[in-house]
Write a new protein. Structure first.
Length: 475
C-alpha cells in the first residue's frame, strides 16, 4: 500500500516506520522543518530503542521518506494516518485543533478514495466530526476510521510488531477489509484485531489508560497508608496481586505516573464525562492521588534529611520512565520543583533525558544542574533520590555512593530515598547509608519460611524490611 502519516512524534514516527518495515511505501509529514531535516539526515530526534536502525534501513530501501508537504504520488495514497498531538487545554479537555487541521489538509490533497485513519487520542465523536468536515470539502470519497495507538514509550517497536490488540473502529465492511489487509502481517500468530465502531474505539483508548493510571494511583495511596501504619506495600502487593481477578501488573508504588498519555488522558476522560453529565469520580481521584504522591516524595526527602534550605539533593533518573528521553509530566520535574521551593538545590543524572530536563528547568538557573556521569551527581550532595528505574541504577556500588555523599551530621549517615523500591535495604544499610523507600519496611530478620529476601515477621512501625527480589513493571 501507499501510505501517509501526519506527525513524526512517538506515534507517527513509530507507526510510519513500522508500516514501512512491513513492506508499505510510507511518507511521514510534519510541519516542524527542523525535525524533518534531522530525519532526512538520519538523525532521530527522539530516543526509542531500536527505532534508529529501523528508520535508516527503510530509508535506504526507499520505503520511508520525510517531507513538509504531501507530493505526488502520495496524493493518491491508500490511507492517511493522523498521528498529531492532542494536548490538554486549560479545562483538561483534549485540544483536537491539530487533528482537524490535518483532516482539512487531507480533504484538499487526496485525489482518490482512501481511508483516513485517526491514531491520535481523541474524544468520543471526533471521527464523526472529521467525517462531516471531510465530506463537505473533499472531491473524493474518504472514510474516517479510528485506530488508537497502544505503544508504550521504551518498548514501542516491540508493541507495534507484537501488539496485544489492534482496535479498529470502522463503519463500512470495505474499510474493515482494507484494515485487515493492512495489519495482516501482524496477525500471523493469532487474532489481534478488535473490530468495533469509531466511538467505541475512541473511548477504548481513554478507558485503557485511565484504568492503568488508577491502579498506579491506588498503589501509591496504599504506600502512603503503609508508611503511616507500619505495613509493607510489598506484602500488600503480593497479597492482592495473587488474586487472578486483580493480577500482578501495575501494582508497584512509586513517585507517581507521568509521560504524554496517563496525565493527559485521565484529565480528558474526566472532562468528557463532565461534558456529558456523567461524573467520572474515579478518574478525578486518580489525578488528585497522583499529584499528592509527588508531594509525598518531597516530604519523605525532607523527613529523611531534615530542613532542605541550603542542601543539595542528587537525582538518579529524570525521564518519566526508563528507555526514553521523554520528561513530559515526569515525577522528577515535580519533585525538583517541590525541593527547590523549600530551598534545596538539585543535581541530576539520566542516561538519555538529561538535556531535556536541564532545558525544562533552566528558569531555576544555578539551582538545577545536570551531569554526564551518574556518580558525579553525588559529589557533595546530602542525599540521593532514585526516581527512574533505569537498569544502570538497579545494582549500584553503595560503598561508592556512601563515599561520594556528604557525611551529614554526627548522628546520621547519608541517606538514599528509593522512590522506585528497587534496592535491597539490607545492602544499603551495610554500606553505611540510611534507606528510605516508598511504604516499605526493613530491619527485621526474615523467618525461615519467608521467601528469600522478604520478611513477613512483625516489625515496629517505622523500621524497614528488605524488599522482595523482583523487578518492577516499567510504566
Amino acid at each position: 500500500m501507499r501510505l501517509v502519516a501526519f506527525g513524526v512524534g512517538y506515534v507517527g514516527l513509530v507507526t510510519g516506520t513500522g508500516l514501512a518495515e512491513l513492506g508499505h511505501d510510507v511518507l511521514c509529514v510534519d510541519i516542524d522543518a527542523q525535525r524533518v531535516r534531522q530525519l532526512k539526515d538520519g538523525v532521530i530526534p527522539i530516543y526509542e530503542p531500536g527505532l534508529t536502525d529501523l528508520v535508516r534501513r527503510n530509508e535506504r530501501a526507499r520505503r520511508l521518506s520525510f517531507a513538509l508537504e504531501v507530493t505526488p504520488p502520495y496524493d493518491e495514497a491508500d490511507a492517511y494516518f493522523i498521528a498529531v498531538g492532542t494536548p490538554p487545554d486549560s479545562s483538561g479537555a483534549a485540544d483536537i485543533t491539530a487533528v482537524l487541521k490535518v483532516a482539512d489538509r487531507i480533504a484538499q490533497i487526496a485525489k482518490r478514495g482512501a481511508l483516513v485513519v485517526v491514531k491520535s487520542t481523541v474524544p468520543v465523536g471526533t471521527c464523526d466530526t472529521i467525517q462531516s468536515r471531510i465530506d463537505g470539502k473533499s472531491a473524493v470519497t474518504l472514510e474516517v476510521v479510528s485506530n488508537p495507538e497502544f505503544l508504550k514509550e521504551g518498548s514501542a517497536i516491540e508493541d507495534f510488531f507484537r501488539p496485544d490488540r489492534i482496535v479498529l473502529g470502522a463503519r463500512s465492511e470495505q474499510a474493515r477489509e482494507a484494515l485487515r489487509a493492512l495489519y495482516a502481517p501482524l496477525q500471523l500468530s493469532g487474532e489481534r484485531l478488535v473490530m468495533t465502531d469509531p466511538r467505541s474505539s475512541e473511548l477504548t483508548k481513554y478507558a485503557a489508560n485511565a484504568m492503568l493510571a488508577m491502579r498506579v494511583s491506588f498503589m501509591n495511596e496504599l504506600s502512603r497508608l503503609c508508611d503511616a501504619t507500619g505495613a509493607d506495600v510489598h506484602a500488600v502487593r503480593l497479597g492482592i496481586g495473587s488474586d487472578m481477578r486483580i493480577g500482578k501488573r501495575f501494582l508497584y508504588a512509586g513517585p507517581g505516573y507521568g509521560g504524554s498519555c496517563f496525565p493527559k488522558d485521565v484529565q480528558a476522560l474526566t472532562h468528557l464525562g463532565r461534558a456529558h453529565g456523567v461524573p467520572m469520580r474515579l478518574t478525578e481521584a486518580t489525578h488528585l492521588a497522583n499529584d499528592e504522591q509527588t508531594q509525598f516524595v518531597v516530604q519523605l526527602v525532607e523527613r529523611t534529611v531534615g530542613a532542605l534550605a541550603g542542601k543539595t539533593i542528587a537525582f538518579w533518573g529524570l525521564a518519566f520512565k526508563p528507555e526514553t528521553d521523554d520528561i513530559r509530566e515526569s515525577p522528577a520535574l515535580r519533585v525538583a520543583e517541590g525541593l527547590i521551593a523549600r530551598g534545596a538545590r538539585v543535581v541530576g543524572h539520566d542516561p538519555e533525558a538529561g538535556r531535556n530536563f536541564a532545558k525544562a528547568m533552566a528558569h531555576h538557573g544555578g539551582k538545577v544542574k545536570v551531569v554526564d556521569r551518574d556518580y558525579d551527581a553525588l559529589d557533595e550532595a546530602d542525599a540521593l533520590v532514585l526516581l527512574t528505574e533505569w537498569r544502570s541504577y538497579r545494582a549500584p556500588n553503595f560503598a561508592e555512593i556512601r563515599r561520594r555523599l556528604q557525611k551529614g551530621d554526627a548522628t546520621a549517615a547519608p541517606a538514599v530515598i528509593d522512590a522506585r523500591n528497587v534496592w535491597r535495604p539490607a545492602e544499603v544499610l551495610r554500606a553505611g547509608l540510611r534507606y528510605q523507600g516508598i511504604g516499605v519496611l526493613s530491619g527485621a530478620r526474615p523467618p525461615a519460611t519467608a521467601a528469600p529476601g522478604f520478611d513477613h515477621a512483625p516489625a515496629k512501625p517505622g523500621t524497614r524490611r528488605p524488599a522482595p527480589p523482583t523487578t518492577p513493571t516499567v510504566r
